[in-house]
Design a protein. Structure first.
Length: 181
C-alpha cells in the first residue's frame, strides 16, 4: 500500500503526461488545506470554544487559532472581539496525513455517503468540502463528545482551472459523484 505522499507524486507524474507539460514544476499541486469550524454556539456557552479547539487539534494534529468578530452585530448578539470560529491551516506532512485520513477513513464513515460534489470548486482551482459531523474522524472518542459540530475543509491548489484541479483530486482517489457535473 502506497502512502498518500507516494500516490501524490505518481498522480503528478501522470497529470504531467496528460496535460502535455514539460516540467514537473508546472503540474498543479496541493498548496494548503484549511479546516475551519464556526462557533455560533459559543455565545451562550464559554466552554464550547475550548471543547471544539481540543477536538479540532486532535483531528488535524495542529492547534487551531481562534477567529474573533471584527464588528459588533446586535441582531446576532455579537460583540467585537467575541470568538466566532476556529481555523487550522495545514501544509507539508500534516496536510498529507489529514488528506489521507479524510479520503480513506472519514468520508467513507459519513452516513448515506454518495460521493463528493464536483460543483464545489471556486473557479480558481480550490475545492471546498463540508462535513456535517466531526465524529466521522477516528481520533474523536464518542464518549467525550458533548456537542457535535461541522467542519469546512478548503483544499487549495495551484491549478489555474477547476477542471485541472478536479483531475488532480480524482487521481488522489477523492470520491466524486458520477452524475454530478
Amino acid at each position: 500500500m502506497n502512502t498518500f505522499k507516494e500516490r501524490y507524486s505518481m498522480a503528478r507524474a501522470e497529470l504531467k503526461k496528460e496535460l502535455g507539460l514539460k516540467s514537473l514544476e508546472a503540474v498543479p499541486r496541493i498548496s494548503r488545506v484549511s479546516v475551519s469550524v464556526g462557533a455560533g454556539h459559543a455565545v451562550g456557552d464559554p466552554n464550547y470554544i475550548e471543547q471544539v479547539s481540543r477536538e479540532l487539534a486532535l483531528i488535524t494534529g495542529q492547534k487551531p487559532i481562534i477567529r474573533k468578530a471584527k464588528k459588533s452585530i446586535a441582531g446576532f448578539k455579537l460583540r467585537e472581539g467575541t470568538p466566532v470560529g476556529l481555523l487550522v491551516t495545514l501544509r507539508g506532512k500534516r496536510m498529507y496525513d489529514f488528506l489521507n485520513k479524510l479520503v480513506n477513513v472519514a468520508l467513507p464513515r459519513v452516513r448515506d455517503f454518495q460521493g463528493i460534489s464536483a460543483k464545489s470548486f471556486d473557479g480558481h482551482g480550490n475545492y471546498t468540502l463540508g462535513i456535517g459531523e466531526h465524529v466521522v474522524f477516528p481520533e474523536v472518542v464518542l464518549d467525550n463528545v458533548e456537542k457535535t459540530f461541522g467542519l469546512s475543509v478548503v483544499i487549495g491548489t495551484t491549478a489555474q482551472s477547476d477542471a485541472v484541479a478536479k483531475q488532480l483530486l480524482e487521481k488522489l482517489n477523492f470520491p466524486f459523484r458520477d452524475n454530478d457535473e
